[in-house]
Design a binder for this molecule. Structure first.
Ligand code: ZN
Length: 186
């Protein structure tokens, strides 16, 4: 038997192959988890049950998240979440998209978000709040911001040199809201 961490609404199996028992529900011939917990598949009986376990903890406000920039608009950045931690402890993501508003980007005046983030950048942010229909982030600390960026002209990774982001391939120089933990340094 294998156990897997699942989130509410996560698809577990096709109803043809399995019967959901504890903490699951069925919709359109598919079985979903109703809770955050661990799913157990019994292949012999063709049963799935999901148990609530104390060791499975969801992400909360104050968590540090890693994400990738999906879109940069006038007043906000849309981020796809990849991982969450509270201190050293890994937390389970229960939502996968988050919003970073321009007012929470830096502790200085930010005029143009496109000079701070670009599509495809990897960032580290803090979870400001989690609401049923959205997760809100902030990056207004030195350790938070872009940790890996790509050249907006040729897509090669950018290297940090003398506080500037440089493209080794085409020579482009770019700006970002950088994290002190930027990965590629010269
Ligand atoms: Zn380039």
């Amino acid at each position: 038997m294998q156990k897997k961490v699942v989130i509410p609404g996560e698809e577990l199996a096709i109803a043809e192959e399995y019967v959901g028992t504890e903490n699951t529900f069925q919709e359109n011939e598919k079985i979903y988890s109703a809770i955050l917990g661990k799913a157990e598949y019994d292949a012999r009986k063709h049963e799935i049950d999901v148990s609530a376990e104390k060791s499975v903890k969801a992400f909360i406000a104050g968590c540090k998240v890693t994400g990738q920039v999906m879109a940069v608009r006038k007043s906000r950045v849309l981020v796809k979440l990849l991982e969450a931690r509270l201190g050293p402890e890994k937390r389970v993501l229960t939502q996968y998209f988050a919003t970073l508003f321009i007012s929470n980007v830096a502790d200085r005046f930010v005029k143009d978000l496109s000079e701070e983030f670009k599509i495809g950048d990897f960032i580290v942010a803090e979870v400001d709040s989690i609401k049923p229909y959205g997760v809100y982030l902030r990056t207004d600390k030195p350790s938070l911001g872009v940790i890996k960026a790509y050249c907006s002209k040729c897509r090669a990774p950018l290297y940090l040199t003398n506080n500037k982001l440089m493209c080794k391939r085409c020579g482009s120089v770019e700006t970002r809201k950088l994290s002190a933990e930027y990965i590629l340094k010269v």
